[in-house]
Design a protein around this ligand. Structure first.
Ligand SMILES: NC(=O)c1ccc[n+]([C@@H]2O[C@H](COP(=O)([O-])OP(=O)(O)OC[C@H]3O[C@@H](n4cnc5c(N)ncnc54)[C@H](OP(=O)(O)O)[C@@H]3O)[C@@H](O)[C@H]2O)c1
Length: 311
């Protein structure tokens, strides 16, 4: 039976999701090494630009050069698990190869979002095709040398509220509502994603070489908007009703244009994968790993509380 030692390395611990994974790992009794380009310990939500504090002092922060295999192998020696939480996928092959050479047993790549591995329509989207889907294949081809687990959690619910993407209480830009807004989609808080990631390390066999599916809630966009109206009386959300078909058409056109249009195009593809009702496999409430990984679905009251905390 596979078991892991207590030493876990995480690449990219200081950004939007990393601090939540670090906290959950420490809470579960793991020793955490944070790999960083600078060795910094201050944390920042790169999505909203907010400074969010610093890594706990028990975390060992190590500066690495991601382009140097020697630097990576030296940092990874003695660790059974590597979690990569880097925002780009170009560094993944080097980090995977260094992990193999350092004797790492389990690799968790930067998925943490859409159902790319279990849905061909997602895997074909430009935002995933040459990035997440490619690294999934890369890991599969090496599964006899290092095992892997992919974390599928849907859109970051708490972050999407803070950033005004799921509900925008500031009202300075509209929220995109897909295909009428009644379809249900699985979403997760970063606290639950952290917990599930730590849970993988406690269940090595059950999570080996596959995707795990977790969610904090599975709701429709209209249900979320109704809760927003309830918790903030008088609030009427500014909405942009869109179809999947038009969003994809616009996103491909923006991608073609290039330059500054690429970012919005990629966001269009990501939102499609998370909120479209046109077969993107974004409701896994019927077959999730919540129970295995210790995730409890938010009650209606807790969901209302979370939404209200952003009102
Ligand atoms: N489902 C969703 O709603 C959602 C939303 C956002 C992100 N995600 C996913 O979550 C994962 C992590 O994203 P994130 O937003 O947490 O990442 P992030 O905050 O943008 O970056 C994480 C850390 O990676 C390091 N880093 C940043 N740019 C880098 C670069 N070019 N090269 C090397 N290191 C770099 C930085 O640490 P140092 O400065 O310490 O090196 C940074 O703090 C990704 O898989 C992403 O796709 C999902």
């Amino acid at each position: 039976m596979t078991t892991f030692n207590k030493k876990v390395a995480i690449a990219g611990a200081t950004g939007t999701l990393g601090p939540f994974i670090v906290k959950a790992l420490l809470d579960a009794g793991f020793q955490v090494t944070a790999l960083s380009r600078t060795g910094r310990t201050n944390t920042q939500d790169r999505g909203t630009g907010k400074a969010t504090g610093s890594l706990p002092s028990t975390v060992k922060s190590v500066q690495v050069d991601y382009t140097s295999e020697d630097s990576l192998i030296a940092a990874l020696q003695g660790h059974d698990v590597v979690i990569s939480n880097l925002p780009t996928m170009d560094l993944e092959p080097a980090l995977i190869e260094a992990s193999i050479k350092a004797g790492v047993k389990r690799y968790i790549p930067p998925e943490f979002g859409s159902n790319v591995s279990g849905n061909a329509k997602n895997a074909a989207l430009p935002v995933f095709k040459d990035t997440k889907a490619k690294i999934q294949k890369y890991l599969k081809e090496r599964e006899d040398q290092i095992s892997y687990t992919l974390v599928v959690n849907g859109f970051f619910l708490d972050w999407g509220l803070e950033a005004g993407i799921v509900v925008n209480f500031k009202g300075d830009r509209p929220v995109r509502v897909f295909d009428g807004g009644n379809g249900k989609h699985s979403l997760s808080t970063r606290t639950d994603i952290g917990k599930a990631t730590a849970g993988i390390l406690l269940h090595p066999e059950e999570t080996k070489n596959r995707a795990v599916y977790i969610y904090s809630t599975t709701v429709s966009q209209n249900e979320i908007l109704d809760i927003a109206r309830k918790v903030k009386p008088g609030f009427e959300p500014q909405l942009q009703h869109v179809t999947t078909e038009q969003t994809l058409k616009d996103s491909y056109a923006a991608l073609e244009k290039g330059g500054e249009s690429v970012g919005p195009a990629m966001l269009g593809f990501i939102l499609t994968s998370c909120f479209s009702d046109d077969g993107y496999g974004n409701d896994w409430s019927g077959y999730s790993d919540n129970e295995l990984l210790g995730i409890t679905e938010l009650s209606k009251a807790d969901l209302e509380k979370l939404i209200a905390s952003n009102a």
